[in-house]
Structure formats: structure tokens, C-alpha cells
Design a protein around this ligand. Sequence first.
Ligand code: ATP
Ligand code: MG
Length: 505
Amino acid sequence: MTDDILKKLGGSLASQILETVDTLVVILDRYGEVIFFNRACQLLSGFTTEEAIGRKVWDFLILDEEIDAVRRTFEKLTAGNAPAHFTNYWKTKNGAPRIIEWSNNTLKDEDGSPAYILGTGIDITETRSKEAALYESKSFLRSIVDASPVAIITSDEKGTMLSFSRKAEVIFGYKESEALGQNLTLLIPEPDRSRHDQYLNHYLETGERRVIGKARQVMALNKNGERFPVALHTNEFHDGERIFIGFIEDRSEQIATEQRLEDIKNQLQHMGRISAMGEIAASIAHELGQPLTAAASLAGAVSLTLRKVEFPQRDDAISHLNETVSEIRRASEIIRQMRDFMRKHKTAKSLHDVNHVVEEAIAIALIGAEAGGVHVTTNLGSDVGEAALDRIQIQQVIINLIRNSIDAMQDVEEKHLTISTAKRGGFIEVKVSDTGHGFSDSVKKRLFEPFFTTKEEGMGIGLAISKSIIDAHQGEIIIVETESLGAMFIIKLPVGDYDETTENQ
Ligand SMILES: Nc1ncnc2c1ncn2[C@@H]1O[C@H](COP(=O)(O)OP(=O)(O)OP(=O)(O)O)[C@@H](O)[C@H]1O
Ligand SMILES: [Mg+2]
């Protein structure tokens, strides 16, 4: 038989062709022994024809773990019901495995029984490893894209979405499967939505970059039809065709926080003015009260004296003086009423998480401060909890303390500001300390006096207002003596709730 087929092949054109082609050509007899092993096989395996011919293929060419599978396939081939295609490893002479994709054929005897197996194979080792590498790099890239905290979306030239990262799913509410194949306009609210095609065409025609390569603040649209602000950065790359890539960051929370801080700042300024007016009115009333009282009693005394002397129009003079006294009294009364009115500002208390209130105040007070080299440490006690307080007023107090500290550290080298909260003996304490210039005993005595300031730009009402606010909270504001330079203030607020409102008297 063997001779038969070899004779058929021997010297023929067919045999020469088989020797020259790059394809692997092996012929096995019905026992699995190699009877033909072309040049391509020799080159790939490292075995010469002499070494291969007459040996069972699984005795030298097949990887141990594949021997069984190869034998089973061989049996099926000889039984005539063979899989036409088969992939397995060849163990080369130097031990390196190669992956071969086989196309098999069974050659029959004259009596029709399978006599030879003809296998033609291609070495796909390189292709496979390239595919594997490509697959790996693709899945690696996908993991990066999915891990990105910014949403990443790619589209083709027409705006058809090609990929939609996990974060994109989160912020837009669409599943990747819903978004793919749809146009980017799905995510764009009007009026930009209608113009988007125009924008794209304009860019494709003119190459003029309005958006590409730039970061912009725009509005986006989620699946619920809600608009939200995003920071959008777009770019393009070429992967056979032009691909647009967008990096999108949801800015709603950030903008809401900024807005909230802005609101609080405005409220604080407003409250600050009202409180300041109250303090100013109180102080004016106090300053004016004494001279007015004195003027009234002096005028009264003159009127009494005049009764004892006789002169023309004496009664007129006395009556004018009495009117003067009553006008002065009226002025005093107006001032007193004004003071009462200004100070009758109510403190609106409700339960607040003190740490949260403090954190917000710090954020506002520090705007612009960190650039000035102030090193800030916050140490908020985990068990602090809630207190009944007027948030705006308490924040005003904390902000003034922090600003005072920052002012006091302007000319010192070591600028350390420490803000901490703690719960101690029925009180929540907020402590603000600094490494500034501190104050002398004489300054210390006057800290809480309205209009006492050592600053050129200061009004000197910060601590005075703070004191009245803290008093209205049944709390205490104290200065702590420290060994080192700097100042330390502690605000003590009672834990738990009490009257909804208390008059700030
Ligand atoms: N941390 C501090 N270190 C040193 N001195 C301080 C500190 N805090 C307050 N002072 C002194 O107390 C004075 C009064 O402070 P207060 O906050 O009442 O008014 P101000 O800061 O001068 O002006 P403003 O009305 O703008 O707050 C300050 O001028 C300063 O001399
Ligand atoms: Mg101040």
C-alpha cells in the first residue's frame, strides 16, 4: 500500500508541488505512521524525512496532553467519519510547540476502505498569539476605560456611538447596549441637539476646531430627560477611520456645592449686616443715652432755677425749656426703641450636625487663605452629633474666629490653623487655634468690646457679635491661655434641643 501511494506521488509533478508549498503536508497510513512529510513539515518541526517516516505521529510530534485527542480523531478519520478541520499542537524537535490548523482528508483503497490520511496544515501560532495579544490589550483597555471616574464615549464621524463606558452608564442612565449604535444627540439637550449634525459637518468640511481638543462646560441630557451640567473634553483619533472620543465629567454636585457655598456666603453677609446694625445701634444708644439724659436733667434744673427769678417772658422761657426736656426724653425713647427693635432679631434654632456646620464654615472662611501658606488641620470628633443652633449665626462666629486667626498669622512664618470639635460634659466644643502673634493682656481685656480692633481694615465687631450669638445659644465663648504663641478660642454649645427660638437680647 505504502509503496503504492508513494509510487503514485514519486517523481510526479504533484509530489514536487507538495514539496514546494508552504503548507504542511503529511500522509499517514492506517496505523498512524508517517509515510509522507513534506519540506514545510521538516522546516517547521526540525525533523528530517528520515527521522519522521515510519514513526507513529503521536510518538514524536504530538504534545503529551493532546495525544489522546489526536488518536481519537485519527480513529474517526480511519473510520471514515472524520472532522474535516482540526487544530492541535506540534512538538518541534527543539521542544517549542506550534499551533497547526489542519484540513484532513481520507484517501480510500481500491476496495473503498480508508487507507491513508492526508493532512494539510497551516502554522497559526503567530496569528493566534497576535489575536490573544490583541484580545488582551483590548480587554486591558476596556478595564481602564471602565475604571475611569470620567465617562468615556466614542463615536464615528456621523456621531454614532461606538463605546459607552461604565461611568457613562451611571451618569446618563443608559445601558451600553441601549446607547451603542444611537447618535450622540441622544445625550444632548436642545438647542445644541438640533445643531449637532451641523457642528460635525462643519468640522469635517473645514477642519476648524471649535470643540475638538478643547474642554467646555455644557449641558447634557440623561435618560429621564433631565438636563445636567458636565465638563466635556473631546478629541479624535484614527483607527482606520476617524473616531471621536469624549471625556465627560458630571458637574452637578460640584456646581450645587458651589452654589450652596455662595448662598451661605450671601446669607452670612446679610445676617452679618443685620447683627452689625444691632450692635451699632446698641452702642450708639449707649453712647448717646448718657449725654441725652444729662442734657435733659440740666435743662430741667435750669427751668427750676428760672422759676426763682423774675424777668419779662420768664414763663415763655420756662415753657420752652420744659419742651426741650420732653423733646430730649423723646429722642432718648426713640433711640431706646430703635435699639430694642434692632436687637429683637430672633435666633432660629434647629437641630444640626455640628461637624457638618463646622466643615461648611471652614470651607467659606478658607476661600483664598490656603494660597497664603496657611496649613490647616481639622480634627472633627466622631461622637459630636447634633445641637440645636442657628446654622448661619454659628457659622458666622466660626468664620470670624478663623479669619481672625488668619489675620493674626499674616506676618509669622509658621502658619498653622487647627479646628477641632469634641463632646465634653453636656457641651459640644468647637476649638479654633492658631500660631499667630497672639495678644497682650490689655488687648485681651477688650476683645469682646464692640468696635475694638487693632486692624486697619477691621470693624472690631466680629467678637462682639459672636458673643451675643453664643449667649443666645446658652453657650459660652472662651479664650484659652496657651504656653506657646498664638491664640485659642473655644465655643461651647449645649448638647440636645431646647426652645425653638430665643430672643437675642
Ligand atoms: N486669633 C487672634 N489672634 C490675635 N488677635 C486676635 C485674634 N482674634 C482676635 N484678635 C484681636 O481682637 C480684635 C477684635 O477682633 P474682632 O473679630 O472682634 O474684630 P476684627 O477682626 O478686628 O474686625 P471684624 O469686625 O472685621 O471682625 C482684633 O482686632 C485682634 O486685635
Ligand atoms: Mg474679626
